[in-house]
Design a protein around this ligand. Structure first.
Ligand code: UD1
Length: 419
């Protein structure tokens, strides 16, 4: 098991380039299952989650070539031989449930293991299934697998009780080859939904309104291949923005869509950081020697404050001057980092879905454990400011979503050792 040893560091300085978004690449790879010619996907980050999705697609009959140096994946899905996903592969990442929509649309039947619980909550898939059923699929559950069958999916009007990102993506992909028009209301409007729709449209789909809460999909008969560059990762960008704030540094963060990081930018400004747009992305810097100040946060669907940034931002607020209240409204169990931050000297109390953070002057390095991806990133950020060394175990969680976090931070002046 690899660990990170993070030493307290001074202000981080320099430039970092943000990679393609993990949460955009995974649905785009699932969407490639709909296409019958080669797809080239560019700016693909070298992450274990992408690796797992690639293995899953290969097990279904896709041929995948991944040039990691160039960040390009070439997927060819001309012959799908399997409509059943293996439990071991699906268990590796929850986003693998996104193969349900495309496989159902393309093959008329799909069998996918139900994703189990995960560190951040139970994460049901009822909205995905309601969408498939509305499109005419017969859904059955037995022995831990969900089976969906439909000779031909038919367009329908679907209202989502909650704007779930995954359900929106799965329904969109199922509807692309359905007969007639599908209208999805109250759907998610995250940038990754827009990216998926752009990819699918370039491959021959007819999707309108992605990025608004009502998406219309006119079914098409056939999907060809395409060439698509995924959007920059707004959560990776947000994590480096917080790293600049935590170390009172000055970072140029390149390949960022300013609009996508608006909620994090607004909060950083509120706590006294400077954020400026640059020709290549953004600059985040701190002037003077004052501590950042406390601020309240509530996670919400886009364009609200992203739940994936909640833990990293908490690592900043634990040493801010004053009291912050952080409310997690998306996932029911997403304060896994709190116990670990407390071991480092943070003063945090959980009250139902809120964490009350009393800013302390200093954290102290300790042995801590990354319990999930974003909680792990939060501990690295906390380690940058903690006196002495912070030893973080189970960093495989961090490698799921951050490419070379240690080497990138070291280039900016940090000391993070993988051992
Ligand atoms: C995606 C992101 C994840 C991010 C999350 C919220 C990917 C691969 N992952 O996850 O990083 O934290 O969006 O921005 O893109 N829900 C239901 N029923 C469903 C589906 C979801 O009740 O059928 C609930 C979930 O339990 C959760 C909420 O809806 O409380 C949001 O989940 P959702 O938007 O679906 O997140 P994911 O797509 O799983």
């Amino acid at each position: 098991m690899e660990k990170f040893i993070v030493e307290q560091c001074g202000p981080l300085k320099g430039s970092v380039r943000i990679g393609g978004a993990k949460n955009a690449v995974l649905p785009v790879l699932a969407g490639a299952l709909l296409t019958e010619n080669a797809c080239f996907i560019r700016d693909v980050p070298n992450l274990s989650d992408v690796e797992a999705m690639g293995e899953l697609l290969t097990s279904l009959g896709a041929s995948i070539e991944w040039n990691r140096q160039e960040g390009i994946i070439n997927v060819v899905v001309d012959d799908l031989k399997q409509n059943e996903a293996e439990y071991e592969l699906v268990g590796k990442l929850r986003a693998s449930f996104l193969i349900m929509g495309p496989l159902l649309a393309r093959l008329g039947e799909v069998k996918v293991p139900l994703p189990g619980g995960c560190a951040i909550g139970t994460r049901p898939v009822d909205l995905h299934l309601k969408g498939m059923a509305a499109l005419g699929a017969q859904i059955e559950q037995a022995h831990g697998f969900m089976t969906a069958k439909a000779k031909k999916l038919k367009g329908a009007k679907i209202y989502l009780d909650f704007p779930s990102v995954g359900a929106t993506e799965n329904i969109l992909m199922a509807a692309v080859l359905a007969e007639g028009q599908t209208i999805v209301e109250n759907c998610a409007i995250e940038p990754e939904i827009v990216d998926l729709a752009n990819f699918l449209n370039a491959a021959g789909a007819d999707i309108r309104g992605a990025g608004t809460d009502t998406v219309k999909i006119n079914g098409v008969k056939y999907m060809k291949g395409t060439d698509h560059t995924v959007i920059p990762d707004r959560i990776e960008a947000g994590t480096y923005m917080v790293a600049a704030a935590i170390t009172r540094g000055d970072l140029n963060i390149n390949n960022v869509v300013m609009d996508h990081v608006k909620p994090v930018t607004a909060k950083l400004k509120e706590v006294n950081m400077h954020v400026e747009e640059t020709p290549q992305g953004i600059r985040v810097y701190h002037k003077g020697n004052n501590r950042v100040i406390a601020s309240d946060i509530k996670t919400l669907p886009y364009p609200g404050f992203p739940t994936d940034m909640q833990a990293p931002f908490m690592s900043l607020l634990v040493t801010a001057a004053g009291t912050s209240v952080i409310t997690e409204s998306i996932f029911e169990n997403r304060f896994m980092q709190v116990g670990e931050l407390k071991r480092m000297g943070a003063d945090i109390k959980i009250e139902s879905r809120s964490a009350v953070v009393e800013g302390v002057k200093h954290l102290t390095g300790a042995q801590v454990r990354a319990t999930d991806l974003r909680a792990g990133a939060a501990l690295v950020l906390a380690g940058l400011q903690a006196e002495g060394s912070t030893e973080i175990s189970d960093i495989y969680h961090i490698d799921r979503g951050y490419q070379d976090l240690d080497t990138q931070l070291n280039k900016l002046g940090a000391s993070v050792t993988r051992c």
